[in-house]
Design a protein around this ligand. Sequence first.
Ligand code: GAL
Length: 348
Amino acid sequence: MGWNSWNKFGCNVSDKLIREIADAMVSSGMQAAGYQYVNIDDCWQVSRDSEGTIVADPQRFPNGIKNLADYVHGKGLRLGIYTDAGRMTCEKRPGSFEHEVQDAKTYASWGVDYVKVDWCNAEGLDPEIQYAKIRDALAQSGRPIVFSICNWGVKAPWRWGPVTGNLWRTTGDINDTYDRMSLIGFSQNGLEKFAGPGHWNDPDMLEVGNGGMNRDEYRTHLALWAILAAPLLAGNDLRTMNAETRELLTNSEVVAVDQDRKGVQGHRVWEEGPLEIWVKPVADGSRAVGLFNRGESALKMHLDSKLIDAQPSAQLRDLLDHKDLGSIKDSYTTEVPQHGVVMLRVSK
Ligand code: GAL
């Protein structure tokens, strides 16, 4: 869990922004809710020096990355950085190809805790081989560093990701629309067998709070990502977010489903037209259940106790709205808004 600069700020990153975001992560309650990594995406780097060491943009990061990492660590947070396994990043900054060991050492010496590694400008290279080189370089760097593989699902990274990195993107980029978010999120079904503690499918960073979706759509976004046990990397401006956004991102019952220690990625158990039911088993024996309506109007949905093998006495709790709903009996019926979700926990 953490934050990443790309979805909101693109190339407009700086020392000042990252410090302010770290401050806001603490003051907004995001840190207390479990968000920990402050990740700088593309565009922090400009060149390599005569020894080949990567150089941070001196205008945007005048204090250097080490100094920034110290500041972030001082808040009890962790710092993430970005590179590319190819020759250049997507924004044409130097990539790590043939600098894998050197870059890993540099990041470790700066106190970096997380590295996202992209796949632009990698023509003719094999992702499985290149990402393994980076894995080995990070292992030799002398510092534990979370390794985020970002090759957009090319060459089925779920097959080799578990022995290579800690998380791997499964698709191309998300954007701040319901169509794109839902296309990515609901297409994760079937990949659940590859995920588990320490190695996760990554359906991309959150757009919650960036303004392109309505309240029900953002609730669907967070609930679906939690049922998918997906990395939760907020992508909005934490300094200015409103109460609705803050309450959603820090919803402790939804976050608990995402972070559950059993680490099972949920999957779809039922669908009918635009309606889908997804289930994620959690460590205490209960199930998180998402009743999703991808349709263009509100619709009634029924959760049959037999569908999820629940006793009639199993207790239901609405996790987004923090409400106990009583026992499931034979089935539970509710209206789900257009593009919305009702997210439940069903007790043993
Ligand atoms: C893309 C990546 C995005 C972002 C961007 C930066 O390839 O999927 O998440 O990192 O590059 O240029």
